[in-house]
Design a binder for this molecule. Structure first.
Ligand SMILES: Nc1nc2c(c(=O)[nH]1)N[C@@H](CN(C=O)c1ccc(C(=O)N[C@@H](CCC(=O)O)C(=O)O)cc1)CN2
Length: 286
């Protein structure tokens, strides 16, 4: 099987970074298949994503890491090397509304999302049938004010036991604790059903209706302890009119939400999203 890797990195910007990294990969007998870089003038940081393939069998992930490490240290890089042929293990959390869950499971079945889904977790039973229809294990974790902490401990144990790489909140309507957010930093993506920063909270469509907006949207972002404030990955919008009721807005929003979340998950799985403080750098292939 042909091997392929993705290197992502960020560091203080300075001359010679691209030459240094491409030189290291050439030294390892690797060919670069795609490369994106960006220098943020305001933060002074440099960001890079390189997809490459070894041309020699003796080049392994282990010796690639050993070769890259001293060069990365020299430049103070935050870096990660990913095996592009290894599917990520993704845990999906959902409450009652299953449109985003259905979209993710369908795209995985079609091969549009390169991931394994060891389980779906929900605080309700509404999504059980859908999950079962995709032969994915369903874990029911009801949450009340009294059981929230204990249920989050069970969730963290499941994430560890299943070696989960990414948690997706696909309309999961419980706020994760600060401690859980810290432990899972950069590994949880949420779909918020508004065009953030407008209409934060649990009922954005009703807020939008009351405001009489002409455009509604959805926002996929990394989850932080600050509700609906995490780094934004993807956003989309749809035009609406005065004639639409709050329920109509919910209906229009479903398609915007599922498309926005699926795109954000795809970008993350392809290691095209790099964190830049509370913002993101997105390296799309077109
Ligand atoms: N730590 C975080 N946890 C979660 C976030 C987040 O940004 N940070 N996003 C939410 C999803 N969400 C909006 O996108 C959201 C979900 C729920 C609520 C809310 O107020 N929930 C109430 C309970 C509501 C219910 O039981 O139906 C609450 O938790 O008291 C606001 C926003 C997912 N988690």
């Amino acid at each position: 099987m042909t091997r392929a890797y993705i290197l992502t990195l960020s560091c203080p910007d300075q001359p010679g970074l691209v030459a240094e990294i491409s030189g290291v990969l050439a030294e390892c007998g690797c060919t670069i298949t795609s490369s994106h870089q960006y220098g943020d003038e305001i933060s002074g940081r440099f960001f890079m994503r390189i997809a490459f393939a070894p041309l020699k069998d003796e080049v392994t992930e282990e010796n690639l890491r050993a070769t890259i490490a001293p060069h990365a240290e020299k430049f103070g890089m935050d870096w990660a090397l990913h095996d592009a042929k290894k599917p990520a293990r993704v845990l999906i959390l959902v409450s009652r509304f299953d449109h985003c869950l259905m979209d993710l499971l369908y795209r995985r079945k079609r091969g549009d999302l390169f991931m394994d889904v060891p389980a779906v977790v929900s605080n309700h039973m509404d999504a059980y049938q859908l999950t079962a229809s995709y032969n994915v294990p369903f874990v029911h974790m009801p949450v009340t004010k009294d059981t929230k902490a204990a249920q989050e401990e069970k969730l963290l144990a499941l994430i560890e036991d299943e070696k989960i790489d990414l948690v997706v909140l696909a309309r999961y309507m419980q706020v994760l604790s600060d401690d859980t957010c810290r432990k899972l930093a950069g590994k949880v993506i949420n779909i918020h059903h508004s065009f953030l920063p407008s209409f934060k909270g649990a009922k954005p469509y009703h807020q939008a209706y009351e405001k009489g907006v002409k455009i509604i949207g959805a926002t996929a972002h990394y989850v932080t302890a600050d509700l609906d404030e995490g780094p934004i990955i993807e956003q989309n919008v749809a035009r609406v009119s005065h004639a639409l009721t709050p329920d109509d807005l919910v209906s229009v929003g479903r398609d915007v939400e599922r498309v926005t979340l699926a795109e954000a998950v795809k970008l993350h799985l392809q290691h095209r999203v790099l964190l830049n403080g509370n913002r993101t750098v997105i390296f799309r292939d077109q």
